[in-house]
Design a protein around this ligand. Structure first.
Ligand code: UDX
Length: 461
């Protein structure tokens, strides 16, 4: 068995950084490699929590693994890069790259991480390979990260340290699984030797996973292209779903099932709904649109992905109002699901916020009651920032009680278990509008008033 002694440093302990640090430490143990993950964050409170075995955010399966690697001293969090830089072979930059209001990328965290690494490198004896895992536009690693590190360290790339772009593709809620079983590892290199070091590292830890070496800029673009293509599949399904709603007998879920069986297409990410949210798709497609324009090109298709996504919550609310009898006034609407997807408390770009914003503009809507099994606190914060007043319900029953319509916005498992009978008994005017296609259309429509995204008039069999 191959034995190596290799330590890594992770700069930034968000979803990507901490889960990567934990999983690589765990894999080190499994493969009998002496590997320590040094996880750096500028916020001391976070590093203290991590060292105590408590993740600073919720991610399925993370706490158990974190406790394990902390106990075995395979992971150590700190605020000081300089303390450990001599012990590490690879440094992964995993800080956030949020978008500004105009869609362009805010690089302040990338810049400060590069500065901190550069300063620590100045008096270091080690020659680490620095890998940018954060999502950055093509050219950023070479033209932003590298000059800052060289300036602050006084050292030269390829001689004193290596630089690479190694984007990350994990999903929130599946971060541990995705880190353990990636579809591929993308290695963007400037120098063949450094590419080989990182390739060897991954081969030892994740043997069998396809490793693709390419230029730094290609690697950076792979990440944006992947996210834009996945987001495009969703917007595409949503556009077809609007069409489906106009044709009696058509159901977009049946259409997409038929389409997705074509191996060239695949059925993944073809679920029509109320649109995509989260910390990546909206931000990354916006950044790619902005980047394309700055290259003097017109982002026709990319822009449409965003346009469809922005209008899908309006379309959903319009669908609701079309199905509310004219004479009903002072409506109470229940919203089930607030998080941008199940399994997380994350509300970033959640479609629920847009839907609630639109509902608020409708005069007939008097009360909006909301529920989420996990995201109530983050939702409270977000909605109060937007100055939107809603009623937070502690239970599902409380949320749907006496309402005139119930909107399914996030497909949590607990909502899938609600029976038509429960809606029938609790609601003032039982009507379910399914924005995530969680219910059996035949069962529901035979028992209560049921409409859904992408569903034309239900055919009578
Ligand atoms: C995404 C990418 O999947 C991941 O590779 C990348 O690294 C980060 O961005 P994430 O944002 O965690 O991951 O969530 P994902 O599961 O991809 O869902 C994103 C959004 O798309 C959610 O709002 C989800 O509800 C929506 N979605 C997804 C659909 O509306 N339909 C689908 O078919 C799939």
């Amino acid at each position: 068995m191959s034995r190596i002694d290799m330590n890594i440093m992770i700069v930034g302990t968000g979803y990507v950084g901490l889960t990567t640090g934990v999983v690589l430490a765990k894999l080190g143990k499994e493969k009998k490699i002496s590997l320590t993950s040094y996880c750096i964050d500028s916020i001391q409170e976070k590093t203290e929590m991590i060292n105590a075995g408590t993740p600073p955010f919720y991610e399925q399966g993370l706490e158990v693994l974190l406790k394990e690697v902390i106990k075995e001293k395979r992971l150590l969090a700190s605020t000081h890069i300089a303390e450990f830089i001599n012990d590490v072979d690879i440094i992964f930059i995993c800080v956030g790259t949020p978008s500004r209001d105009d869609g362009s990328m805010d690089l302040q965290f990338i810049q400060s991480a590069s500065r901190d690494i550069g300063n620590a490198l100045r008096s270091a004896k080690s020659k680490p390979v620095i890998c940018v895992k954060s999502t950055v536009l093509p050219g950023t690693t070479r033209n932003v990260v590298l000059p800052i590190i060289e300036k602050h360290s006084g050292k030269k790339v390829n001689h004193d340290f290596g630089i690479m772009a190694t984007p990350e593709f994990l999903r929130e809620g599946n971060a541990i699984h995705d880190n353990l079983h990636p579809d591929r590892i993308i290695l963007g290199e400037m120098n063949e030797r450094h590419g080989r070091i990182v390739e060897d590292f991954y081969e030892k830890l994740l043997s069998g996973v396809p490793l693709l070496r390419m230029s730094i800029e290609s690697a950076e673009l792979v990440k944006y292209t992947s996210n834009a293509l996945l987001a495009m599949k969703i917007s595409f399904a949503n556009e077809i779903s609007r069409l489906a709603e106009t044709i009696p007998g058509v159901d977009v879920t049946e259409v997409m099932k038929g389409v997705g069986l074509d191996e060239r297409i695949s059925s993944k990410f073809l679920n029509a709904g109320v649109g995509f949210g989260g910390s990546c798709f909206p931000k990354d497609v916006s950044a790619l649109v902005d980047f394309t324009k700055r290259q003097d090109l017109v982002p026709h298709l990319l822009q449409s992905i965003l346009d469809i996504n922005e209008t899908q919550p309006i379309h959903f609310v319009n669908l609701l109002m079309k199905n509310i009898p004219e004479d009903l006034e002072d409506l109470t609407i229940s919203v089930l699901g607030l998080a941008f997807k199940p399994g997380t408390s994350d509300m970033r770009h959640a479609r629920s916020l847009k839907i609630i914003e639109h509902l608020k503009q409708i005069k007939k809507v008097k009360t909006i009651k909301v529920h989420d099994p996990i995201a109530m606190e983050t939702a409270r914060e977000e909605l109060s920032n937007l100055k939107i007043d809603v009623t937070f319900s502690k239970t599902i029953e409380e949320c749907i009680q006496d309402s005139d319509a119930c909107l399914i916005v996030t497909e949590w498992d607990v909502y899938k278990k609600i029976l038509p009978k429960t809606y029938q008994e609790l609601m003032r005017n039982p009507f379910v509008l399914d924005g995530r296609r969680i219910y059996d259309k035949n069962e529901f429509s035979s028992k209560i008033k049921y409409k859904a995204i992408g569903l034309g008039e239900i055919s009578k069999k």
